[in-house]
Design a protein around this ligand. Structure first.
Ligand code: PLP
Length: 397
């Protein structure tokens, strides 16, 4: 690449940019992970991380990508041949289904059009029909990163309760935690799965599993094989602030710093910022005369916006032009969206001016790639962000 000046614009939905404060927190000498200093740090960290999930229950941290926590959720609570129901909203739900198959489970899928969130009514109807309660777990992705569609988890919980069904509720928040509202306890989620490199603004390498008492009880009876990802081994030692094996010390110090940063800003402000940047992005897309991939306004993602490419234009050819000319990485179209859509992430360590830079790069890229569009997307986003900022300014004055 000819031009390396300025920073690279990493506008993909993970990994996301890591704040300088977090880099500094991670850059430290190694220490004895069973010594008193680490154990004191670990005890505070295990307590503090609960706030991000809005839970009083244990949050288990594995050294793995988010995918590892999918596996942990399944193997710790289920037995060979168990039926699980996956709400298929996009590619990540598909990958979770494939994993369940590989583990010897019997996944069943409720698919949608991949342009909206999971259908709580369809879930309720399916669970009502399962009168023998054969389904042991319901798997839902809160933010389907491949399509830019969210699912309202409180509605999923209500559907399960209305059906009187006892299946465990497992929710993937890998791209939504610390970016949109999430309440593990209040929403009655049994297992919440997450990862470090998206809303949490960390490098990849940590996965998270928040568990309920019901999930812990299920883990006592479940017979799928589990070893590295055993919850028992973790919970037996986490109380003393450390791990059954060598933890990724640097990443954990980074996590402590991102939790501090999130609490300084306030989680509700963090969520509002994501909503604002997402709305600005959608206004730009509409002004360009392009389509937001998600077709249901209630399901618009505050994390990532997938944009449909006009007929006859390839989204990856467009992304290549943007990368080569403006040093910006946009998200590729995954699976069914390959070549048909690109994704603009507005996730993590990002603000008004970084999203404006990203949208300017997209608008210039559309011109260079000769994609038919109207000018004025950047102006529309700017007008919205200025107006959205003014109440705070008025308050301060
Ligand atoms: C990124 C992502 C994953 C995969 O996480 P890895 O950390 O890459 O293993 C799974 N689900 C969702 C919703 C994601 O966004």
């Amino acid at each position: 690449m000819a031009n390396h000046a300025g920073r690279h614009f990493l506008q993909i939905p993970g990994p996301t940019p890591v704040p300088e404060r977090v880099h500094n927190a991670m850059a430290r000498s190694m220490m004895d992970h069973r010594g008193p200093a680490f154990c004191e740090f670990g005890q505070k960290l295990f307590a503090d991380v609960k706030g991000i999930f809005k839970t009083q229950q244990p949050v288990i941290i594995f050294p793995s990508s988010g995918t590892g926590s999918w596996e942990a959720a399944l193997t710790n609570t289920l037995s060979p041949g168990d039926h699980v129901l996956v709400m298929e909203t996009g590619q990540f739900a598909v990958l979770w289904t494939k994993m369940a198959e590989r583990m010897g489970l019997k996944p069943e899928v409720i698919a949608n059009d991949w342009r909206s969130g999971a259908d709580a009514n369809a879930l309720e109807a399916r669970l009502r029909a399962d009168s023998s309660q054969q389904i042991k777990a319901v798997c839902v992705v809160q933010n389907e990163t491949s399509t830019g569609a969210r699912t309202h988890i409180d509605e999923i919980r209500k559907a399960m309760d209305a059906a009187g069904h006892s299946a465990l509720l497992m929710v993937d928040t890998i791209s939504s935690l610390a970016a949109m509202d999430y309440r593990h306890d209040e929403w009655g989620v049994d297992i919440t799965i997450s990862g470090s490199q998206k809303g949490l603004m960390l490098p990849p390498g940590l996965s998270f599993t928040a568990v309920s008492q019901k999930a812990l009880a299920a883990s006592k009876k479940a017979t799928l094989a589990r070893a590295y990802f055993s919850w028992d081994d973790m919970l037996a030692i986490n109380g003393s602030g450390t791990f059954p094996y060598t933890p990724p010390i640097g990443l954990l110090f980074g996590l402590a710093e991102t939790i501090t940063m999130l609490n300084e800003e306030g989680l509700s402000n963090v969520f509002a910022r994501h909503e604002r940047l997402a709305e600005a992005t959608r206004r730009a897309v509409k002004a360009w005369g392009l389509e937001v991939w998600c077709q249901d306004a209630r399901a618009y993602s505050p994390v990532v916006t997938a944009v449909e490419m006009p007929e006859g234009h390839n989204s990856d050819a467009f992304r290549k032009i943007v990368l080569e000319n403006f040093n910006m990485s946009l998200g590729t179209g995954l699976s069914k969206l390959a070549g048909k859509a690109f994704r603009i992430a507005h996730l993590g360590y990002t603000n008004e001016l970084t999203i404006m830079g990203a949208l300017a790069g997209v608008e210039m890229g559309l011109e260079l790639a000769r994609v038919p569009h109207n000018k004025g997307g950047v102006s529309a986003a700017m007008a919205y962000l200025a107006q959205a900022a003014s109440p705070a300014t008025a308050q301060a004055a």
